[in-house]
Structures are given as C-alpha cells and as structure tokens.
Design a protein around this ligand. Structure first.
Ligand SMILES: Nc1ncnc2c1ncn2[C@@H]1O[C@H](COP(=O)(O)OP(=O)(O)OP(=O)(O)O)[C@@H](O)[C@H]1O
Ligand code: SF4
Ligand SMILES: [Mg+2]
Length: 382
C-alpha cells in the first residue's frame, strides 16, 4: 500500500501541473465506431470523448457490452471487420492517428502505445517460449543484437516481478500461473517503454492477491512515465488505481469525474446503481441491490436516454430526448436530464453512500482530495 500511495506523492509539483494542463498523451474527440451488420448499424462507441493526461491513470468502467473494448480497439486501430471508425479523431501526443495507414500504425504500436488484451491466454503464442515472445516485441521496433535483446528481456521480467526470470523466460505460457502470464503480457507491452498503455480488464482472471500485485505494478509503471488507460467492469479495481474515471453505458460516456468525486458523489442513476450493487455485495445482503434489466441491444436502443428502460428516475422527456453530457462541477460531467442544471438536479441532491465500501481503496494525496489534483483541472472544458 505504501508504494501505491507514494506514486501519488510526486515531488515535482510544478512539472506535474504543467503536464496536467497541457500535455495529453491521448485525446479522443467525438469518436464514433460502428459495426455494419446485416441487421443494421451497431454503435458500440457513440460520440466518445476522453483524455489521458501524461503520467496519469484513467479508467473506463461499465457493464459488459457497453463499448469499453471497442473504444480501446478503435484507439489501437485494431477493429475487426465489419467494425469501422465513422467519425471523430484520436490524437496520440498531439498527432492525429485516426486513419493512420497500417504500416505506420505498426511503428507506433508497441513503441508509443501498447495494449494488454482482455484474454491473457489468447494473447500469448502457446507454442513459443514466453521470453522469446517478449524479445520479439522488442526486436520489432529496435535494431539490437540478440544478446542485448536477451539482457533487456531479463531486465523487464525482473522489473515486472517475475521471480527466477532466467528459468521462467524459457517456459511456455501453459506452464505459468495466471498471474505470471499477466506479468509476461505487461512485460511485453512495456519493453519498448510506450507513452500509453491500455489495459483491458487486466486483472479479471486473477485471484485478489495477485490482482493487488498487478495493480501495484501498474501504478509503478505510471510512476516511471507511462500513462495508463485502464478498462474494467470492476469498480474496486478502478477505485484502487485510477485518478479519473469515465463511466460508459450503451456506447456513450454517461458520467466522468475524478475518482474520489465519482465515488463520493455519483450523479448519474447508472453510476449510483453500479455503486449500490457493489456496496450490497460488501454488506453481504441476502437480496442484492442490482440495476433492474440488462444492457440494451445496441441495434435497438431507445429513442431518448439509453438508460431509460432501467432507470428508476425516468421521466417523460427521458423517453424522447437524448440527454447531453453536461458539466456539473470542476471536471465532473453527467449525461442525465435530472442533472442538467449545474448539479442542482434531483439526481444530484440525493444522498449517496454506495461507494463507502470502496473508499478505503481510493488514492490519497498528502491530505488533498482527488478533485484538488483532478487531471482535468484547469483544462478547457468541452
Ligand atoms: N463483430 C461485431 N459485430 C457486431 N457488433 C459487435 C461486434 N463486436 C462487438 N460488437 C458490439 O459492440 C458492443 C460492445 O462490445 P465491447 O467488446 O466493447 O464491450 P465491453 O464493454 O468491452 O464488454 P465486456 O465487459 O464484456 O468486455 C457489443 O455489445 C456488441 O453489440
Ligand atoms: S435521463 Fe432520465 S432515464 Fe436517463 S438516466 Fe437520467 S433520469 Fe434516468
Ligand atoms: Mg471488453
């Protein structure tokens, strides 16, 4: 825990502030990605805007099928047919990479931007030793000797906490535990020191002890200069690791705020529902307080607010008008008709204690709240 906290207590405040205000490693503006299927157009990424400031950890959270992985794949240029970016832009260190030709994409993948995929087992080649796989990722981008690549591979294995690295690098993926496989993937993603690492459900398949180790490791990576975009459906993971959070539902961002504000004062009924469900689990309630219904089929979204069929606070206009993402406080935006008058809405005024159980895991910064150090503080509000 001490190491995790120390990540947030960085000494160079001036540099930090400069970075927060001006330097976004990743900027996604009004991104729309669609799948053109025989049954019609599916929009898993619908007008999504987000930023990852340098040196920060940003999270995307939401239920299964809400578009988290498709957002990440759009950024990586790894959409599979019939998926396609329809509009919007993706800037990596200020450079527009939205429609970068595949040849140029290959150059930046690994060296400037890396991704840990959702399925660790399918991301590794089962018939190749893990050390060789990590080495290959390095030699793809850097023209170095085999000896130097060996040295760097062992160095990164040790850095990500793989014990007995010389022996383990000769193992095949199936010979390693889930935690070690995930460390190999992190090593592979990090060996070229990318500016941005996207981690899609990095700890889903791991037990809680290994999960804590991997999260700590990712915090350490961030300290060493790599910014992180962490995707998870697990609010506990998001609470432990992220500086700022985007909540996604049915392809859209429905709420965004710094982590402490989001857990202290969630405003969107969907965010509240997610937090209530977690706190019910922690309270060992016999009947879980879940969000009614399921994520809608993206082919048949309701006309107004996408959350309306499941929302206990739904009103007439919710059925007809799509709510806009509206700023309700510094760095806090909500897409809900009830929250649109600058945080004075009904939804915002209700007490919310759903995130209590996760508060112990939230990052603390020298007594400051996360909103004091909000990554979006001072930036132009969109
Ligand atoms: N090949 C495809 N054809 C049509 N629609 C697709 C295809 N792949 C994904 N989708 C649509 O995109 C939606 C979002 O998928 P995505 O993988 O981004 O969800 P997710 O939020 O990452 O969920 P999970 O938590 O389960 O990983 C899916 O619900 C589906 O409607
Ligand atoms: S806009 Fe209406 S239906 Fe949608 S979340 Fe807000 S209250 Fe619920
Ligand atoms: Mg996914």
């Amino acid at each position: 825990m001490e190491r995790i906290l120390s990540v947030n207590n960085r000494p160079d405040e001036k540099m930090e502030n400069h970075r927060l205000e001006g330097n976004h490693v990743l900027e996604v503006n009004h991104l729309c990605t669609s799948f053109f299927t025989q049954k019609g157009e599916v929009k898993p990424v619908n007008d999504v805007s987000l930023v990852v400031p340098a040196g920060k950890i940003v999270g995307i959270v939401g239920e299964s099928g809400c578009g988290k992985s498709m957002t990440a794949r759009s950024v990586m240029g790894l959409l599979k047919y019939p998926g396609k970016i329809v509009s919007g832009e993706i800037l990596l260190n200020g450079r527009d990479i939205t429609h970068l030709p595949e040849k140029d994409r290959c150059r930046i993948r690994g060296s400037q931007i890396s991704m840990i995929f959702q399925e660790p087992m399918t991301s590794l080649n089962p018939v190749m030793k893990v050390g060789k796989q990590v080495e290959e990722a390095l030699r793809l981008h850097e023209h170095i000797s085999k000896k130097e690549a060996d040295r760097r591979m062992l160095e990164i294995f040790e850095a990500v906490g793989i014990p007995d690295a010389e022996k383990r690098c000769k193992a095949y993926p199936h010979q390693l535990s889930g935690g070690l496989r995930q460390r190999v993937l992190i090593a592979m993603a990090m060996i070229c020191s990318p500016d941005l690492l996207i981690a899609d459900e990095p700890t889903t398949a791991l037990d809680v002890t290994v999960e804590a180790q991997i999260l700590r490791l990712m915090k350490e990576l961030c300290k060493d200069g790599t910014s992180l975009l962490v995707i998870s459906h697990n609010l506990g993971v998001i609470a432990q690791i992220c500086d700022y959070v985007y909540v996604m539902y049915a392809g859209r961002i429905v709420e965004q705020a710094d982590t402490i504000t989001l857990f202290d004062r969630p405003m969107h009924p969907y965010t509240k529902g997610l937090l209530h469900a977690v706190s019910a689990l922690h309270r060992d309630q016999e009947v879980l307080d879940t969000i009614p219904g399921v994520v809608p089929n993206l082919l048949h979204l309701p006309e107004g607010c996408g959350f309306s069929p499941r929302c206990r606070e739904c009103e007439d206009r919710c059925l007809k008008e799509q709510p806009l993402l509206t700023e309700t406080g510094p760095g806090h935006k909500v897409r809900c008709h009830l929250c649109q008058s600058a945080g004075q809405g009904k939804a915002s005024s209700e007490p919310m204690s759903g995130g209590e159980c996760l508060k112990d895991t939230l990052p603390a910064e020298n007594g400051k709240t996360a909103s004091d150090s909000c990554p979006m503080k001072g930036e132009e509000r969109k």
